[in-house]
Write a protein that binds this ligand. Structure first.
Ligand SMILES: [Zn+2]
Length: 100
């Protein structure tokens, strides 16, 4: 057997099929999801008591983006009464754009 194998190896450079070991490899592809914020956020047009008119309300995140400050600054200014704000029934704080 060994002699046959050597003979074939020398003559053709290929291994006999019986000596070829098959191996399975599992390749796992991991995918990432990239979320791109395009600048479209929920905006509500509701009555603002402080403005005494219907005003556009944006999320704290968008308010921070519009005012070019952090969301912590927006929350602080809203808590301090500087910004007009309301909380939706789902608990999302919306900030009046007029008060930014
Ligand atoms: Zn307002």
């Amino acid at each position: 057997m060994a002699a046959d194998y050597n003979a074939m190896k020398v003559s053709s450079g290929m291994k006999p099929a019986a000596l070829i070991k098959k191996r399975k490899a599992e390749v796992i592809f991991e995918r990432e999801t990239t979320v791109v914020f395009t600048g479209r956020y929920p905006r509500l047009k509701v009555w603002c008591a402080e403005c005494a008119t219907e005003a556009e309300m944006v999320t704290v995140f968008e308010a921070a983006k519009l005012a070019r400050v952090s969301i912590f600054t927006i929350h602080g200014r809203a808590d301090g009464g500087e910004l007009h704000h309301q909380t939706t029934s789902s608990g999302v704080r919306m900030v009046c754009v007029n008060s930014l």
